[in-house]
Design a binder for this molecule. Structure first.
Ligand code: NAG
Ligand code: NAG
Ligand code: NAG
Ligand code: NAG
Length: 370
């Protein structure tokens, strides 16, 4: 309708302004076109020019289409980006000359402003249709890719960012999903990035993201986060749990949550100053327990990220007891042990307002430091 109005208007104008040569004109049928990637688009126009000027009959010697992408207009037929994909058409319909640019197999990079220019035999007789036609090539999102930064091992407490990206036009929005074993995935977060300021072991899992725009959606493969962490305080269990009967089988088991899995070492307090590993492995088995097996035991759980010491377990002829003291990391244990030792020699007696940890430290210090 707009086009028709323009033509009618120009016809009216022609009548009145014919004498002042206001007839150089290019009219585009639409000035904004959206087309899907891979499809074919036609950009249509109509142009006119004075039949004669300076007593010379106007003849069109050349027509071309170009984009705003280059400083100098380049005939699209000569542009390697469009090689084999563009066709020019023109035909006359009464007093109007139709012009058409056809672009096949549209690419996203074809999004640009397209202008038609015709060149005549008249001096300065060239004319470009302004403002041109704005072509937008749209595309449904591609399969998104997920990147994890920093790359490599993910350690508990560190900052980790997952980024989802997908080619799409218009730009896609993003939704994250976390696989929790349940088949119905619920949106976990929206936005292109998933930020973990201080990642926790509970953040381990499989993540995927969906990119969506008006034209469709696409979902990434899943990416797993495997958060590594130092062992948690190991727990100690005794089997059987009841009274200890001489000659029976008794097992002590040390277990700790850790990633990668912890290795375990058992220690027995033998009155010797330096504690040497009593047994390695999570389990301490007494096939036939004897009173000589009585003593105090503890275990440590260790992986490449750290170590933790368990509570102590005391076994005597008939029973066992776990005894107290908050478990300490080996590093803290050693540091506190040294500190206590120094204090003991400098300022005895040691003042302790909160005994729980220091008790243990002292307890073991006597064993460690001759
Ligand atoms: C998802 O993206 C792939 C290319 O990465 C494309 O072939 C496929 O058609 C897209 N799916 C949808 C539903 O748009
Ligand atoms: C993403 O875009 C689609 C289509 O434009 C819209 O329907 C949807 O609500 C948007 N989702 C989010 C999370 O913004
Ligand atoms: C102790 O462990 C051994 C081997 O792991 C097993 O055969 C035995 O039954 C266990 N004893 C108890 C009391 O759990
Ligand atoms: C002892 O230490 C624990 C843990 O550090 C703390 O929760 C508690 O309040 C302390 N007790 C006293 C009496 O200071």
């Amino acid at each position: 309708m707009i086009f028709m109005n323009l033509i009618l208007l120009s016809d009216v104008l022609c009548v009145t302004v014919l004498q002042i040569k206001a007839q150089w004109r290019v009219t585009y049928i639409s000035t904004e076109i959206c087309a899907l990637k891979g499809s074919t688009v036609d950009i249509n126009c109509i142009y006119r020019y004075p039949h004669t000027e300076n007593d010379r009959v106007t003849r069109v010697v050349r027509t071309l289409w170009f984009t705003n992408k280059d400083d100098e207009p380049t005939d699209l037929r000569l542009d390697s980006d469009y090689a084999g994909r563009v066709e020019y058409h023109s035909w006359i319909d009464g007093y109007r000359t139709h012009c058409r640019l056809r672009i096949n197999d549209l690419r996203e990079s074809d999004s640009a402003v397209y202008k038609f220019r015709f060149i005549t035999n008249q001096p300065g007789g060239r004319y470009t249709g302004e403002p041109g036609v704005f072509l937008i090539v749209t595309d449904a999102p591609k399969v998104p890719s997920v990147s994890v930064s920093p790359s490599g091992e993910i350690v508990e407490g560190s900052s980790v960012t997952l980024t989802c990206s997908s080619d799409a036009n218009p730009a896609a929005n993003y939704t994250w999903y976390k696989k929790n074993g349940n088949p119905d995935q619920e949106a976990f977060r929206t936005g292109p990035q998933l930020d973990f300021v201080s990642i926790q072991s509970s953040d381990s899992g499989e993540f995927s993201c969906t990119a969506q725009n008006e034209l469709g959606e696409n979902t990434s493969d899943s990416t797993s986060t495997d958060v590594k962490y130092a062992p948690k305080v190991p727990s100690v269990s005794v089997s059987p749990s009841g009274e200890i009967v001489e000659g029976s089988s008794v097992n002590l088991t040390c277990s700790s949550d850790a990633n990668p899995a912890a290795t375990y070492t058992w220690y027995k307090k033998n009155g010797n100053p330096v504690q040497e590993p009593f047994r390695t492995g999570p389990q301490l088995d007494f096939v036939s327990i004897q009173s000589s097996d009585s003593g105090e035991f503890h275990c440590t759980a260790q992986n490449e990220l750290g170590a933790k010491r368990s509570y102590c377990i005391s076994i005597d002829d008939h029973s066992w007891t776990l005894f107290p003291s908050s478990p300490l990391t080996l590093e803290r244990f050693t540091a506190q042990c040294r500190m206590s030792w120094e204090r003991r020699h400098l300022t005895p007696p040691l003042l302790m307002s909160n005994v729980s940890e220091m008790d243990l430290v002292l307890d073991i210090m006597w064993e460690q430091i001759p």
